[in-house]
Write a protein that binds this ligand. Structure first.
Ligand code: NAD
Ligand code: TYD
Length: 354
């Protein structure tokens, strides 16, 4: 049995990842370390409460003594590092926590991993650092997609903090020989995504008959990746990747934000019995995000060739499945729409003119 540390396993991707590996790698014992910020929800794993293959620890990746104790107790074979502050708009409103969690937290985790490897030099250990395509900056419409050698050029406090963490991870490989793999993926969507991000926000605003705030002209392009495809890629990177290497993971589904929102409107009208095209009327163009990257696109060729990755979901099908998940999990939705969530929505959107 392998003992695997998942950080941030109560957030969006971490939750999906834990569900994925409990199904596809049942011989892994997963230890989830999560600080349960506004983005983390312990109820996501309620069904695993009596599962001996799952352990939850409430704590922070910034807590070095806790990390040491956990490595000593579980002798981890691998780390999947998801824990982060992850929302660009929040990073613009309050960047400091992004430095603390994404940079210092990653540093502490690297130190804990290195101490473990030094104590157990024969251990078969690997640290998978989950990062983002946003570290590469913005593309023009005709630019080739990001590859693993595209220079870093982050725009937001969020992407700058992730870029810094990637550099620390690579430095711990080059300087100290810590076995690491870095993955840089595009925008994920799917079940359990916190409704401050574009896709769930639009689904819920349609249900609540609110306006649908599209930044600027809605022409910014993202390369949408279904979260289950991402989870599959991460396991492949852990099992088939090469130490010190980066793998870009994309969904091959470039869409403008307006296209995404219009598709959600049409699917929602169809599924909820709204009159045809009625949700589109709620689209409202609001003040653009400062430093808003125009386009992200991933060239996944290296991951396809070296770790056997291939996205197996199309955008329309997986978006439809995602909407279905939200529609049947309204208890989850309402439970995460707490006071802190309402406060963010009020402070962020009420200042944007319609
Ligand atoms: P999320 O915001 O939904 O979840 C983050 C989780 O980390 C939460 O459970 C939170 O409680 C936890 N956390 C925060 N600070 C912590 C700390 N100090 N110690 C322990 N846990 C802490 O994020 P997500 O969307 O699931 O993203 C996961 C990772 O994937 C992040 O590293 C993010 O940068 C990266 N990523 C996400 C996307 C995306 O589209 N969501 C795309 C590219 C990369
Ligand atoms: P988001 O989900 O915040 O992800 P990221 O900023 O990491 O790409 O946003 C996705 C795109 O949607 C991005 O171009 C910003 C845009 N957007 C809106 O137009 N309106 C919104 O209310 C939000 C949250 C995002």
């Amino acid at each position: 049995m392998k003992h695997i540390l998942v950080t941030g396993g109560s957030g969006f991707i971490g939750t999906n990842f834990i569900h994925y590996v409990r199904t596809h790698r049942p011989d892994w014992h997963v230890v989830n370390l999560d600080a349960l910020t506004y983005a983390g929800n312990p109820a996501n794993h309620r069904h695993l409460e009596n599962d001996p293959g799952y352990t939850f620890i409430h704590g922070s990746i910034c807590d070095a003594p806790l990390l040491k104790q956990m490595f000593d107790t579980y002798q981890f074979d691998g780390v999947f590092h998801f824990a982060a502050e992850s929302h660009v708009d929040r990073s613009i409103a309050g960047p400091e926590v992004f430095v603390n969690t994404n940079v210092t937290g990653t540093f502490r985790l690297l130190e804990a991993g290195l101490a473990h490897v030094r104590k157990h030099p024969d251990a078969d250990f690997r640290f998978v650092h989950v990062s983002t395509d946003e570290v590469y900056g913005s593309l023009y419409p005709d630019d080739p997609a990001f590859t693993e050698t595209t220079p870093y050029d982050p725009s937001s406090p969020y992407s700058a903090s992730k870029a810094a963490s990637d550099h620390f991870v690579k430095a711990w490989y080059r300087t100290y020989g810590l076995p690491v793999v870095v993955t840089n993926c595009s925008n994920n969507y799917g079940p359990f995504q916190f409704p401050e991000k574009l896709i769930p926000l639009m689904i819920l605003n349609i249900l609540d008959k609110k306006s649908l705030p599209v930044y600027g002209k809605g022409i910014n392009v993202r390369d949408w990746l279904y979260v289950a495809d991402h989870c599959d890629a991460l396991v492949r990177a852990f099992e088939n990747g090469e130490n010190g290497e980066t793998y870009n993971i994309g969904g091959g589904e470039e869409k403008t934000n307006l296209e995404v929102v219009e598709t959600i409107c049409d699917l929602m009208d169809d599924k909820t019995g709204n009159p045809e095209s009625s949700s589109r009327e709620r689209i409202t163009f609001v003040t653009d995000r400062p430093g808003h990257d125009l386009r992200y696109a991933i060239n996944p060729d290296k991951a396809v060739e070296k770790i056997g990755y291939k996205a197996s979901h199309t955008f329309e099908q997986a978006l439809s499945a995602t909407i279905d998940w939200y529609l049947v999990n309204m208890d989850w939705v309402r439970s995460v729409q707490t006071g802190a969530y309402q406060e963010w929505i009020r402070s962020h959107y009420e200042s944007s003119p319609s």
